[in-house]
Structures are given as structure tokens and as C-alpha cells.
Design a protein around this ligand. Structure first.
Ligand code: HEM
Ligand SMILES: *[C@@H]1O[C@H](CO)[C@@H](O)[C@H](O)[C@H]1NC(C)=O
Ligand SMILES: *[C@@H]1O[C@H](CO)[C@@H](O)[C@H](O)[C@H]1NC(C)=O
Ligand SMILES: *[C@@H]1O[C@H](CO)[C@@H](O)[C@H](O)[C@H]1NC(C)=O
Ligand SMILES: *[C@@H]1O[C@H](CO)[C@@H](O)[C@H](O)[C@H]1NC(C)=O
Length: 321
């Protein structure tokens, strides 16, 4: 009798696992456009390269765009929608991105519509463009599944879930877990701060906190340099990793160990033994960093995706059809 019940349970579990996996795996897959728009990934890569020739920093915007899109409300390109008369979109929330990234996506979309009308989603364009940006900077060329569909809503309030530079380890961990990611995912994805810039207003308050000690403490010379670059009231930009600004390396973790992490949210990764151990591993093992980053990006790219008949393929990434 007990054996029978166990068997039934096993069957239910197996079916449930197959169903839940099947729903994601069947529709979001690597090579999704190989039949319907074989040149899609090539066109996206060409446009990303072109944009990077004009502005070597723009790949960082594209990578951050992907993170924000997926983290805020699922990878559905809601981040690209413009606000309308009755709706304030994510892109106009306080956490903002630069205009340039949006224009690159527009250019890509225009070219794709010309060759494969109504086929390639804006959400997939963001995902491929993030991959191509990391590869351009010499980082790992990770696989990206396609088949995400575009969402029909974008709410500024959804952007309020994004992490901020003053959050500590427990806050960040809780936030990432609430979005289906783990603390380890958070630690490896933070490695993205090995490229890019920050505006002073994102972290300047932290520079004048004379009480910072322990893991929050910053190398004194570095802090002095940043204070000079970010006087109160200014909103200049600083390079997050001055040693190799345009190289997607594991320098971010080395910077943390030498107390050159820019944000509290970066330096807080040293605040427990367990997280510090992971930081040390990535700092000393470039291959491991690359492999884990690739895996985590793949996972990030599957967050709450719309597939099949859900959502739509936008004709213009800035507006719902
Ligand atoms: C863990 C929590 C995180 C926090 C608190 C955080 C916060 C920030 C802040 C405040 C900036 C500066 C924005 C500005 O002033 O222009 C920034 C930049 C950036 N972030 Fe994060 N971030 C986090 C995680 C991530 C993740 C997971 C990724 C991607 C996988 C990412 C990619 C980037 C990139 C590439 C930039 C540079 C953007 C540019 O150069 O325009 N961040 N982040
Ligand atoms: C704006 O409001 C109208 C009427 O309530 C609604 O039909 C439309 O979907 C709204 N647009 C957006 C973008 O929310
Ligand atoms: C966000 O960025 C867009 C595009 O640059 C800009 O029009 C908008 O005013 C910004 N919003 C905020 C709140 O900074
Ligand atoms: C993290 O920040 C929250 C909110 O400010 C605070 O309640 C908590 O004690 C902090 N945790 C640590 C470990 O500092
Ligand atoms: C600093 O610049 C960023 C990006 O342009 C903007 O979002 C932010 O509101 C600015 N902050 C201040 C205090 O001007």
C-alpha cells in the first residue's frame, strides 16, 4: 500500500518536473531563429560592433539594460517602452539608463524588420546584444536562448525592485532570491561591474561616511580620488574599474580584495566568510569566473519570459503594437 502511494507520488513528481521544464525549454532555445530569420544574430552583432566603434563604452549600457529588463519584470523588453499619456514606463523610473542604448536597439530592430518582418522580439535583441557586448570586451561568449516575446506593459514601479548601490549583503541576497536567483548568482553577476561607468550620485553619499569600517572601508587613496572626482552636488562619471575599463576580465574581484570596490553593494560581498571565499575564487581563477558568469547570464535570460502565444513581437521596440 505504502509502496503504491509512493509510486503514484513519484509519477506525479516526474510529470510535474517534465511539465515545468518543458514549458521553458520547449520555447526558449538556442538557435531559435535559425529557421525563421537566419541572419538575425549576425545583424545584431554587426550593429553592436558598429555602435561600439563609435562609443567604446556603450556595450556596458547594453549589458546593464539586459539585467534591468530581466530583473525588473522578466526579460520582456518592457524596459524599452516609452511612457505614454497614462502610463509612466520603467525607463522613466529614477533608476535610469542612457539614451544611447535605446537607439542601438532601435537601429537593430529597423534592420531586422526589413529582412524578417515581425519575427525577432525586442526582448531577444536585448539578450543577444548583451552577449555580443561581453564578447566584444573579450569576455566569455555565452550561449543565449531565443524565443522570448515582448510584454505589453511597462510600469515605473517595477523598476523600484532594482538593487541599489547602498544595499548590504542581506538586503541584496533577499532581493535576488525574491526574483528566483541565488546569492551565488548575485556574486557572479556583479562581476559585470568590471566594465562601465557610474554617475557620482549613485555612490557619492558613501564617500563622506567617516564611520565606514570593516568590509565597507575603501582604500583611502581611492576614496580621496573619488571625492575629488565627485565633489558634493556634482554628477560626474567615474570608471568602475580604471585598470581595465574595456576588458571583461575578473579584475572586479581583485579590486574588491584591494578595497577598490566602488559601491557598498560591491564591497559588501566581502562581509561574510562564505561570500568572501567566492570572491577570492573568481579573483584567482579566470576560467571559473567565465564559466560561472556564462551560466548565470543564461539563467538571468530566462527570468519570467513570455513564450508561445503570450506577449507579442513588437514592430517598434518603444511601443506596444
Ligand atoms: C548586485 C546589485 C547591483 C547594483 C546595486 C548595481 C548598481 C549599479 C549602479 C548604481 C550603476 C551605475 C549607474 C550609473 O550611475 O550610471 C551600475 C552600473 C552598471 N551595472 Fe550594475 N548593479 C548591480 C548588479 C548588476 C548586474 C547583475 C549587472 C549585469 C549582469 C550589472 C551591470 C552593470 C553595468 C554593465 C554597469 C555600467 C553601465 C554603464 O557603463 O553605462 N549590474 N550598477
Ligand atoms: C491608457 O488608458 C486607456 C484607457 O483606459 C487604455 O485603454 C490603454 O491601454 C492605456 N494605455 C496604457 C499604455 O496603459
Ligand atoms: C530617463 O532617461 C530618459 C532618456 O534619457 C529621459 O528622457 C528621462 O527624463 C529620464 N528620467 C529620469 C527620471 O531621469
Ligand atoms: C543591512 O541593512 C538593513 C537595512 O538598513 C539592516 O536592517 C541590517 O541590519 C543590515 N545588515 C547588516 C548585516 O549589516
Ligand atoms: C545624475 O545623472 C544621472 C544620469 O544622467 C541621472 O539619472 C541622475 O538623476 C543625475 N543626478 C543628479 C543629482 O543630478
Amino acid at each position: 500500500m505504502g509502496f503504491q502511494i509512493e509510486k503514484i507520488w513519484m509519477t506525479i513528481m516526474v510529470v510535474a518536473i517534465c511539465l515545468s521544464n518543458g514549458r521553458i525549454e520547449a520555447q526558449v532555445k538556442v538557435g531559435f531563429y535559425s529557421g525563421s530569420c537566419p541572419t538575425a544574430e549576425l545583424i545584431i552583432q554587426e550593429e553592436v560592433e558598429k555602435a561600439l566603434t563609435g562609443d567604446p563604452g556603450v556595450g556596458a549600457d547594453l549589458l546593464r539594460m539586459f539585467f534591468h529588463d530581466c530583473f525588473a519584470s522578466g526579460c520582456d523588453a518592457s524596459i524599452l517602452l516609452d511612457s505614454t499619456a497614462n502610463n509612466t514606463a520603467e525607463k522613466d523610473a529614477k533608476v535610469n539608463l542612457t539614451l544611447e542604448g535605446f537607439e542601438i536597439i532601435d537601429n537593430i530592430k529597423e534592420r531586422l524588420e526589413a529582412v524578417c518582418k515581425g519575427v525577432v522580439s525586442c526582448a531577444d535583441i536585448i539578450a543577444f546584444a548583451a552577449r555580443d557586448s561581453v564578447a566584444h570586451y573579450g569576455g566569455v561568449h555565452f550561449k543565449v536562448a531565443g524565443g522570448r516575446r515582448d510584454g505589453r506593459v511597462s510600469r515605473a514601479a517595477d523598476a523600484s525592485i532594482l538593487p541599489s548601490a547602498d544595499q548590504n549583503l542581506s538586503q541584496l541576497t533577499k532581493l535576488f532570491i525574491s526574483r528566483g536567483l541565488s546569492q551565488s548568482d548575485m556574486i557572479i553577476l556583479s562581476g559585470a561591474h568590471t566594465i562601465g561607468i557610474s554617475h557620482c550620485d549613485a555612490f557619492a553619499g558613501q564617500l563622506y561616511d567617516v564611520h565606514a569600517d570593516g568590509y565597507e572601508a575603501m582604500d583611502e587613496k581611492y576614496a580621496a580620488h573619488l571625492r575629488q572626482r565627485c565633489p558634493p552636488g556634482s554628477n560626474n562619471t567615474v570608471v568602475m574599474n580604471p585598470h581595465s575599463q574595456f576588458v571583461f576580465d575578473n579584475r572586479y574581484y581583485k579590486n574588491l580584495l584591494s578595497r577598490h570596490g566602488l559601491f557598498v553593494s560591491d564591497r559588501t560581498l566581502l562581509s561574510t566568510h562564505g561570500t568572501e571565499t567566492q570572491v577570492r575564487r573568481y579573483a584567482s581563477n579566470y576560467k571559473r569566473f567565465q564559466r560561472k558568469f556564462a551560466d548565470a547570464m543564461f539563467k538571468l535570460g530566462k527570468m519570467d519570459v513570455l513564450t508561445g502565444a503570450d506577449g507579442e513581437i513588437r514592430a517598434n521596440c518603444r511601443a506596444i503594437n
